[in-house]
Design a protein around this ligand. Sequence first.
Ligand code: ADQ
Length: 468
Amino acid sequence: MGRLIVVSNRVSPSTGEGGESVGGLAMALSAALRQYSGVWFGWSGKTTPEFTGQLHIETIGGVTSATVDLEEIDLEEYYNGYANKTLWPLFHYRIDLAAFDRAFGEGYGRVNRRFAQTLAPLIEPDDIIWVHDYHLIPLARELRSLGIRNRIGFFLHIPWPAHQVMINLPRHRQLVEAMFDYDLVGFQTAEYQQAFEEYVFNEADGAMVRPGCVRAFGRALEVGAFPIGIDAADFARMTKSAKARRMHNLMSACTVFRHLIVGVDRLDYSKGLEERFIGFERFLQQNPDQRREVMMLQIAPVSREAVEAYQEIRGRLDALSGRINGEFADVDWAPFRYVNRNYRRDELAGIYGAARVGLVTPLRDGMNLVAKEFVVAQNPEDPGVLILSRFAGAAHQMQEALLVNPNSVEEVADALARALAMDKAERIERWQALFEGVARDDVTAWRDSYVAALTKNDREARRPALVV
Ligand code: ADQ
């Protein structure tokens, strides 16, 4: 095999030293590429008055990145538009928030074309190309039209929605047809894979060739579930760092005689923050004797601020957090702390480690890496309890967590009471099972299983044979 070329919207290799925070996808790709001779291609995060396709190449932490600037209008239509105002809400079942605008679709197509034109000259015959996430679904089609015949795989980090949700997207068939230019499409869970297959059978007159291979649009496509993991060994190492210990001590000092409940999420409507806040409020209302025994910390750095839905939810969360403290705080105590800033990963490790409860309750989430980080950061002799939404992809692997319906305020409140009352023996038993899974199914296992599936058969032998 030649090089691994990873393509994603944003490129942010980290040094692996704890560093500043990055999103889930960037964190995973950084870790996945670290021990690989590869190139990471994508948008530089900068704009230019006119697109030139000029590449910026640099090597950070052993990863070579090749990035390109985009025009302001590209950002508006492709990134803020089709990616974050159309596909993101729709794929997270928020049809009410999805904007369908022809200009967004055109911008999306244009940027994918531009990415393909800039990337194509870098590709050598033996390279394999691994494209990530909903921003770049049509990239393989564009690369194929430029004559690229390498193996190209796609991985979707977010949910694939149910068929009846998907068909709300104008020109959905066109988008799905473009997926058949990949050799392999990977999903986070078998459930998302099945939802994709169902779409193909119902909307594209498709058929199952065999398990893990579907045919439609005159082509066959390999599909599979590849649940993403974290770099568990690295995160475990981080929990022992000086910065983590300092943060752990700091948190313990401000929760003396109290249990810390922690939530860490990008500020996004898919993460179920409003429902979670109200769930905590309900817990306080129902358990007056517990009020002074707990403190909840929610860390939620703002994201996608250019999108109105994100501005609106921010306002609602500010009001809710004020309401909870207004209702329950006393002169010497406040139950709820809500902060909107980023933390270093080693600091986060310290915060997770000081918590008795990790509250991870997204309404929909492709996987959710915070749940896995929380588990790794626990003290094996006195671990905290993970409360996890059944609608996070992670719930499929993390059955020993307390699984809840995040839409039910009652269930969240009851799970909090149960977690706080759980005896040490049960906490340890649950934690051990969770930890084993997170350590085993880590980011390296994810990368290796995906790359093995993508390179399974010889490219030249396979591609032409698949045309039906
Ligand atoms: P995200 O939606 O970004 O990822 P998630 O998987 O939870 O969600 O990853 C968030 C990452 O950002 C975690 O590594 C977390 O530690 C970090 N983070 C969050 N808040 C932070 C803060 N305040 N300071 C520092 N770091 C912070 C998308 C999908 C997920 C999927 C991932 C990976 O939406 O479902 O799990 O990609 O595939």
